[in-house]
Design a protein around this ligand. Structure first.
Ligand SMILES: Nc1ncnc2c1ncn2[C@@H]1O[C@H](COP(=O)(O)OP(=O)(O)O)[C@@H](O)[C@H]1O
Ligand SMILES: [Mg+2]
Length: 275
């Protein structure tokens, strides 16, 4: 088991219930896409899985630790096993790209090594190899504030490739990339997770990216799980229902314009295939 949420609710300090009764279990090595309209609770769900937010109802377990252990020294070791890719990576602008990538292993290294690496990068070949995979090796010594939003997202992905965590949590990891690069980057992330036996949970705006690259799809709506299905069983009507609050158009990538729009909306047998 990688994680288990049992009846998890999350009510924010202002009283807003962002998650309600979420029950979700992932075995080690599963690749899961979270889809759903803006405000559905995808980021909140990833924050609970990353142990950044503690549920206010129910029980969350990540690896072998339930939330009752999250305020002990165990949490540092726990978080070293989790890699997070943020939509807008929280990387200090003045930091060099090499240091940002090496930061992926700070939680795994002893304190002396982490400190030393901040002063002088200790594993430059490792950082370069990770950056090569996202086609950014030439930016190894660039400052992060010299990069575009899309390049920064790829640095965030290189960091997690370098970290090699057991659980990867990616929150709209390719939202700043053009469709072709987004597809290539998602394929890289899913292939790496598969090769390493890591569990991957990614929230994605484009449903075709989700359906084409993830075996399991979790639809989230208004803080609840609307469906949790193998991707081949997700139908076009289910997607329209999920995104009903966002109008007629489903959020898809531009380079696959016909795959959903030509499907008859009421044909339950129609499979939302893509890519
Ligand atoms: N810190 C917070 N305080 C109050 N409400 C919040 C907070 N964070 C998120 N929310 C609300 O919780 C809901 C779910 O947000 P979020 O998890 O970011 O959704 P998504 O990632 O699917 O867009 C939204 O209505 C959002 O406004
Ligand atoms: Mg979000």
């Amino acid at each position: 088991m990688s994680f288990r949420l049992n009846g998890v609710g999350l009510t924010h300090a202002n009283g807003f219930a962002a998650l309600k009764g979420i029950t979700l279990l992932a075995e080690k090595g599963e690749r899961i896409a979270l889809i759903g309209p803006s405000g559905a609770g995808k980021t909140s769900l990833l924050s609970v899985l990353g142990t950044a937010l503690e549920p206010t109802d129910g029980l969350a377990e990540v690896f072998e630790f339930d939330q009752n252990f999250w305020d002990t020294s165990a949490i540092k070791a726990l978080r070293a096993r989790i890699g997070t890719v943020h939509q807008s990576p929280p990387i200090p602008g003045r930091q060099r790209v090499v240091t940002a990538v090496l930061a992926g292993k700070l939680g795994q290294w002893p304190a002396w090594k982490s400190l030393a690496s901040l002063v002088y990068p200790l594993d430059i070949p490792g950082a370069r190899a990770a950056l090569e995979r996202v086609d950014l090796a030439d930016k190894l010594f660039a400052r992060c504030d010299e990069l575009s939003g899309g390049q920064l997202q790829r640095v965030g992905i290189a960091r997690v490739l370098y970290q090699q965590p057991e659980l990867i949590l990616a929150d709209e990891p390719v939202s700043a990339l053009d469709p072709a690069l987004a597809l290539a980057t998602i394929r890289l992330l899913t292939a790496d997770a598969e090769a390493c036996g890591a569990t991957l949970v990614a929230s994605l705006h484009a449903v075709d990216l989700a359906l084409g690259n993830f075996p399991r799809i979790v639809g989230v709506k208004a803080g609840r799980i609307a469906f949790d299905l193998p991707s081949e069983r997700v139908t076009v009507p289910m997607l329209h229902e999920l995104y009903a609050s966002e109008g007629e158009q489903l959020p898809i990538q531009a380079h696959e314009p016909h795959f959903l729009s030509q499907a008859p909306a009421n044909d339950a047998a129609t499979r939302a295939k893509c890519c």
